[in-house]
Design a protein around this ligand. Sequence first.
Ligand code: GLN
Length: 533
Amino acid sequence: MTKYVFVTGGVCSGLGKGITASSIALLLKAKGYKVFMQKFDPYMNVDPGTMSPIQHGEVFVTADGCETDLDLGHYERFIDEELNYTSNITNGKIYSSVIEKERKGDFLGATIQIVPHISNEIKNKIYEAGITSKADVVITEIGGTVGDIESSVMMESLRQFRLEIGKENSLFVHTTLVPYLYGSNELKTKPTQNSIIELRRLGIQPDILVTRSNISLTESIRKKIALFGSIPTNNIIEAVDATNIYEIPINFHKQEIEKIILNQFNLPVRQSKLKYWQDLIDSVNNLKEEIEISLVGKYTELHDAYLSVVESLKHAGYKYGTKIKIQWVDSETLEKDKDLEKIFKNTKGIIVPGGFGNRGTEGMIKAINYARVKNIPYLGLCLGMQLAVIEFARNVCNIKDASSTEFDELCKNPIIDLMSDQKSIINMGGTLRLGNYECTLKKDSLAHKFYGEDKILERHRHRYEFNNKYRELLEEKGMVFSGINESANLVEIVELPTQSFFVACQFHPEFKSRPTRPHPLFDNFIKASLKQK
Ligand code: GLN
């Protein structure tokens, strides 16, 4: 039978619940168990796809095409397993599915109530993750903070869930904050105590406590928390601020968190296979060089809007012993800037990631133009590919009004246009071209060399496409269309082979990069940037 670990958060947000959940999953996997992960988000959007990245951060896309919370990116990077539609559940999803069933008449005769109808739906989503993944352990993180109105039904469902399957099959990890007060110069346990009380009020007694603090807990603090929280002292796992997130699993391993979990589940505690992860940390802690990469986008005020891109750059950096210093360039400000020389003075590579809408796109085009003319390595992702093609059409092929119908519906030269199957779509949510699509790589192209494969699968999230009417013209001028989705005849990768590095793709390679396995496009982009004088 599948076992279930629930990770809740107390005191405040931003304590690293996602990293805690991912670390636990990684450690259980390292003990030879099959793990699967799930996140519950208590908002009413069906998915984060319709939210502004500035509010919510990046939308992570799973292979099966779900638009999900950015924590799923952490999960995949830590456990290196593909997640799917069962991995991100929101209140919006739960409520709309219950209401849909009500309309169909599935509950005829009944009054539909939060308990049991909504709570049953939530529990079913947890069971579904266990059944479909066939995992030994499913780790479910509950978004928000215990005590929030939004997540109260989720907590009630977890209480019922434990009653149904018992303590030997379910385990609660509660993450809290133990703040250090300057002046009295001590760690304070009251916020943690109160958040455990809040959890108990909802009928849940945590089994393990993960305490975030900036210094180590003293023995007396530990005893105090254990006493008030009715938790064995050994089950208090301290999460002292770490210099990089990849160290956290090892910190937890030293405190034997996975042993506590496996003991409660009556599962054998095998040897851990963690050398690969320790090697990773050693290389992360020994980066010799540093290079500056400019990331040009319109959501730069919230770095989390580009989380997977940033992580992918770092992963490639680890391989070359190089720290990546990101220069965040706001594309809208860049539109007015005259002195690009000054802005990109120390930059060894330029990247334009994904985005939606017209705002700031002329600034991105300006940056791409600068990269091309000055022969600075350029990597374009999704919107960054569309704009690279527009820049090339305008400035190399002399199509001065080249644009995308996303920015100007009536433009005369729509180099980027709506796909025909997108034209009839009215709803905005969940209707982009999403998830894995196959791409065939052109022999002798850079892309083919980087991947070392003829066919690849990459994840997508876009509505617009390169307009094939312009293919021949651009090809004549030297652009190589090196990746094609053959079944729909869609351009997936473009490159300029005469440049030091100029590759742009319609998909999002950042979702597939792993700390121990950088994505080939990021890998070669950083490699080229390191050669830049
Ligand atoms: N806005 C563009 C489109 O919808 C690009 C999307 C993206 O960059 N993710 O096609």
